[in-house]
Design a protein around this ligand. Structure first.
Ligand SMILES: O=C1O[C@H](COP(=O)(O)O)[C@@H](O)[C@H](O)[C@H]1O
Length: 240
């Protein structure tokens, strides 16, 4: 694992650096493999980044968009991660509908949605059950409880290591989420984290010793690159 930590002066510098890094991974992926695969995070932090990506002139037909997690709500619900990304980015550019690989959220049983999405991913990446394909970039956020994607502290999703997709649990409400081994198979994992409220969780995630099940972002140890892009409010108390 190649881990890099950058602390950016403010939110706009954080967005600019995140954009620069993603565009460099996109250029390499398209030059080497003819397409770029990226999984998006939800929450509030990445919205200005998605708006900045939408303003670029990119080869949209070669870009495939996935989500690292989704709230179990219809795609037009205000809490939907898909809706946020569509409004901020995808609805503003000429990306083919077939390149948008949203997580299903309309089944009676979230486990069925997770299984369907797993199958979709296996078909897209031409992988067999039990194999973990490598996305070019997985963007992640981190909650102030150190959750990432929908891998929440002390939940069953943290024990799932034989699948790509599983059902997360946020205070009793289901979510759909990438599993940690699937995230760890990515070529680049990029955390984008902002705000002073994230400092205590970051201290635990960066500590040499702490419990992975209490601080799930610690489980993210990818085979490829691991980037932590932080604004100065989030990164203020990290050791140099
Ligand atoms: O619930 C979620 O929260 C995390 C962190 O969100 P933020 O608003 O603190 O940036 C996010 O990464 C995840 O995708 C989302 O579903």
């Amino acid at each position: 694992m190649n881990k890099q930590v950058e602390i950016l002066s403010d939110q706009s510098a954080l967005v600019a650096r995140s954009l620069e890094l993603i565009l460099s991974k996109l250029e390499t992926a398209i030059a080497q493999r003819g397409q770029f695969t990226i999984a998006l995070s939800g929450g509030s932090t990445p919205k200005p980044l998605y708006e900045a990506i939408a303003a670029k002139d990119l080869p949209w037909d070669k870009i495939h968009v996935f989500w690292g997690d989704e709230r179990y709500v219809p795609p037009d619900h205000p809490d939907s991660n898909e809706l946020m990304a569509r409004r901020a980015w995808l609805d503003r550019v000429d990306i083919p509908a077939a390149n948008i690989h949203a997580m299903p959220t309309l089944d009676a049983d979230p486990a069925l949605s997770a299984a369907k999405h797993e199958q979709d991913l296996q078909e897209f990446f031409h992988t067999a059950p039990g194999e973990f394909p490598a996305l070019d970039v997985i963007l992640l956020g981190m909650g102030d409880d150190a959750h990432t994607a929908s891998l929440f502290p002390h939940t069953e999703a943290l024990k799932v290591s034989d699948r790509l997709i599983t059902v997360g649990n946020k205070d009793g409400n289901p979510r759909i989420t990438f599993t940690y081994p699937f995230i760890n198979a990515a070529r680049s994992v990029i955390f984008v984290v902002a705000g002073a409220n994230k400092r205590p969780a970051l201290a635990k995630v960066f500590a040499p010793e702490a419990d992975d099940f209490s601080y799930p972002s610690r489980l993210i140890r990818p085979q490829g690159e691991l980037w932590w892009l932080l604004d100065s409010a989030a990164g203020a108390e990290l050791p140099n």
